[in-house]
Design a protein around this ligand. Structure first.
Ligand code: ATR
Length: 272
C-alpha cells in the first residue's frame, strides 16, 4: 500500500490531500494508494523524511518552509531542482527486499517550475515578465521563465534578496517597475494571504493593468484575490494559485504513479 503525503508547517490549509486523493480514486488507485497531510516543524523535518522511507511512503510533496531542506537531504537531485535550489517533490525508491529505511534512495524533484509554465495561457518566449518576490516560489518562476526565453525582471520588498536571486539565476532586479511595460506579471509574494492590500504592499496600481497582459497570483484561497479581480476588471488574462497547485501536483503524481494525471478531477477537487 504505497503512501504519499504533503509535508508543511503549517499544512492544515493545504488542498493537496483532497486533490491528490481524488486523482488516485479517478485512476482506480484509491484502494491501494493514500495521500495525507503531515505537519512537521523545521527541526524535525529531516528525521521525519528519513523515517518515512521505512514506513511505506513512495513519495511526498514538500511545501513551505521545507523546500530547501528537502533538496539538502536528498541522495539524488533532478537538474531542475538543483538549479532552482528547492524541491517540492520527493521520491523514495526501495532497492532492498525488506524495504528498510536505510535502503531507500531519496530523490528530489521540482515540479513548481514546469507547473507554472503549464498553467500559463501561452508561450513565454521573448515576453517581458515581472516577478514579484524573491523567496523559494520566485526562484522556480524566474528559472522557468528564463528557460522559456522570457525577459525577466524581479522586484522584491527587500532589494538585496532580488539582487542575489538574479545573480544566481539570471534576470534583472528592478526597483520601481513600470506596470504597463510587462506582458506577464507574477506575484509570488505572500501578500494577500492574510488579507493584505496588494496595491499598498506591491509596486502595482489597481487601475494599471491592460487587456493584453497575463497576471498570475500564486496566493490561493477560496475566491479570486484583489490582485486578480483588478486584472480581470481590466480585461487581462488571469491565472490563480489553484491552477498552479493543480499543475505541479499533476506532475508529481505522474512521477510517483507513472500514470497520466486526471487534471479535471484534480481541478474540481482543489476548487472544492
Ligand atoms: P516562498 O518560499 O513562498 O516564496 P518566502 O521565502 O518566505 O516564501 O518569501 C516570501 C516573499 O513574500 C518574499 O519575497 C517577501 O519579501 P521580503 O523578501 O522582503 O521578506 C514577500 N513578502 C511577504 N510579505 C510581504 C509584504 N507585506 N510586502 C511585500 N512583500 C512581502
Amino acid at each position: 500500500m504505497p503512501r504519499l503525503a504533503v509535508l508543511g508547517y503549517p499544512v492544515g490549509h493545504s488542498r493537496s490531500p483532497v486533490m491528490q486523493s481524488a486523482a488516485l480514486a479517478e485512476l482506480g488507485l484509491g484502494d491501494e494508494w493514500s495521500y495525507e497531510a503531515i505537519e512537521v516543524a523545521p527541526d524535525a523535518f529531516e528525521q521525519r523524511v528519513r523515517a518515512m522511507a521505512g514506513e511505506g511512503f513512495a513519495g511526498a510533496n514538500v511545501t513551505v518552509p521545507h523546500k530547501g531542506a528537502a533538496l539538502a537531504l536528498a541522495d539524488e537531485l533532478s537538474e531542475t531542482a538543483r538549479e532552482i535550489g528547492a524541491a517540492n517533490t520527493l521520491v523514495f525508491t526501495h532497492n532492498g527486499e525488506s524495504g528498510e529505511a536505510e535502503e531507500a534512495v531519496i530523490r528530489a524533484e521540482n515540479t513548481d517550475a514546469e507547473g507554472l509554465l503549464r498553467a500559463l495561457p501561452g508561450p513565454s518566449r521573448d515576453r517581458r515578465a515581472l516577478v514579484l518576490g524573491a523567496g523559494g516560489a520566485a526562484r522556480a518562476v524566474v528559472w522557468a521563465l528564463l528557460r522559456e526565453g522570457a525577459e525577466v525582471e524581479v522586484w522584491n520588498r527587500t532589494e538585496l534578496r532580488s539582487r542575489h536571486l538574479c545573480e544566481e539565476l539570471g534576470g534583472a532586479p528592478v526597483a520601481a517597475p513600470d506596470q504597463s511595460a510587462y506582458e506577464l506579471i507574477v506575484n509570488t509574494t505572500a501578500v494577500g494571504l492574510a488579507g493584505e492590500d496588494p496595491f499598498a504592499e506591491l509596486p502595482l496600481s489597481q487601475d494599471g493593468f491592460a487587456p493584453e497582459q497575463t497576471v498570475v497570483d500564486m496566493v490561493y484561497g477560496g475566491e479570486p484575490t484583489a490582485l486578480l479581480r483588478a486584472a480581470e476588471a481590466a480585461g487581462a488574462s488571469t491565472v490563480d494559485g489553484i491552477e498552479i497547485l493543480v499543475q505541479q501536483g499533476a506532475l508529481s503524481l505522474e512521477i510517483w504513479t507513472g500514470r497520466p494525471a486526471p487534471l479535471d478531477t484534480m481541478r474540481a477537487a482543489a476548487r472544492g
